[in-house]
Design a protein around this ligand. Sequence first.
Ligand SMILES: Cc1cc2nc3c(=O)[nH]c(=O)nc-3n(C[C@H](O)[C@H](O)[C@H](O)COP(=O)(O)OP(=O)(O)OC[C@H]3O[C@@H](n4cnc5c(N)ncnc54)[C@H](O)[C@@H]3O)c2cc1C
Length: 433
Amino acid sequence: MSTAQSWNRLPRVSPKAVHTLTNRQETLPDTLPTPYLAHGNGRSYGDVCLTETGSLLMTRGLDRFIDFDPVQGIVRCEPGVTLGEVLALVVPHGWFLASTPGTKCATVGGSIANDVHGKNHHDVGSFGHHVRAFELWRSDGSVIECRPGQNGDWFRATIGGLGLTGLIRWAEIQLMPVQNPWMWVQSQRFSNLDEFWVLNREAETNWPYTVAWIDCLAKGKARGRGILLSGQHAAAQTNLPAVKTGEKRVPFDPPFSLVNGLSLRAFNTLYYRQPVKPQGGLTHYAPYFYPLDAIQDWNRIYGRKGFYQYQCVIPPEDAEEATAALLDTIAKHGEGSFLAVLKTFGSKPSLGMLSFPRPGTTLALDFPNRGDKTLRLLSELDVIVKEAGGALYPGKDARMSGELFQSGYPEWQTFSEYIDPNFSSRFWQRVTQ
Ligand SMILES: Cc1cc2nc3c(=O)[nH]c(=O)nc-3n(C[C@H](O)[C@H](O)[C@H](O)COP(=O)(O)OP(=O)(O)OC[C@H]3O[C@@H](n4cnc5c(N)ncnc54)[C@H](O)[C@@H]3O)c2cc1C
């Protein structure tokens, strides 16, 4: 049985069948077991892109551009086109994705289905805000063209709809204008969480892109120390630096995780002490937006057992207290993450019924899978998130309880009415049954 994985390599489950789509009009074979589930490029962490009871519809073969208007900055393409392929087409014409996650390997279909967000959420909202239209195929053979003002309820259900409303067959995206492929980026060190809140508030009023990396192992007065990166697209100018290319690869699966207490502490300390650029400097968009894409298969460093990503959002009123409690709990367990990312979302309401982005603070961390020990820590974090009225990101989840999902996504029952009866995922079965 061929299989497909999500990025964190767990859970390890096999679908009943895998069907590769290459023609967006094709009829599915009658013999294909249901429920179906689209699988983009497997860059989700967890089981929103996995099934063990039905068939995965692999969409990477649906990779054609249908139209590109270089004057208006509108691109229409099939869902398996990656964000990197969109950028390769549009950046030379002076356009950029208005919202992009931290990997350019995500597909357009996957980016809609998880309503992904980027470092500029406080400025432009999430990916769904820039989707002009898409076509949804339903398993009864019907096709629904959706726009914000046409079949708007289907639009709201499918943006952030975790692939459950049917198969997106094409999508039209509004791009944003840029002068060149470069970013102007400033970095500032902060020595604890209190300093972060002050710096971040100021940065968000002046910069379209902000994100902080924090040392999640630091305790006491240093709790939450880190580096704040603020960026904007570079202005038009001559004498731009030459672009350095080249990717590295993790060449094999180590039998155990290379991420342990020692390597984590060393990495976090070194990263915190790196030279910063408070005056700013030019950086190409690729290392700025997609630093991890430069190391192919970096997920292998966690070994064969894989890892959990934990991403939560906490409403603004409780954000400072709950973020401190989350960091204290992580430091107490001595478990930690190479890259703990802290960012505040803006107030623009998400369009999707199940969209994760909402006003508040989001913290994202990776934890090597050490079995029950890791699961106990994550359950403690869940209690803090739930008490603060927060939510976890389904696109980065392999273990949240149904109770936590349902409290974080109060529209889930309304959403259920739009699910295609022949589509489901392991995630959905886990959090609703
Ligand atoms: C290094 C890294 C950094 C990341 N940074 C961020 C970030 O900053 N912000 C963020 O929001 N996310 C981030 N992510 C998560 C990633 O962007 C999302 O999980 C994204 O949805 C993955 O897209 P994919 O094409 O791989 O889809 P998959 O993971 O394969 O699938 C995701 C969902 O999309 C559905 N789907 C896929 N194609 C279709 C289709 N044609 N029709 C209907 N449904 C479909 C699937 O059923 C599934 O529910 C990051 C991931 C990585 C690996």
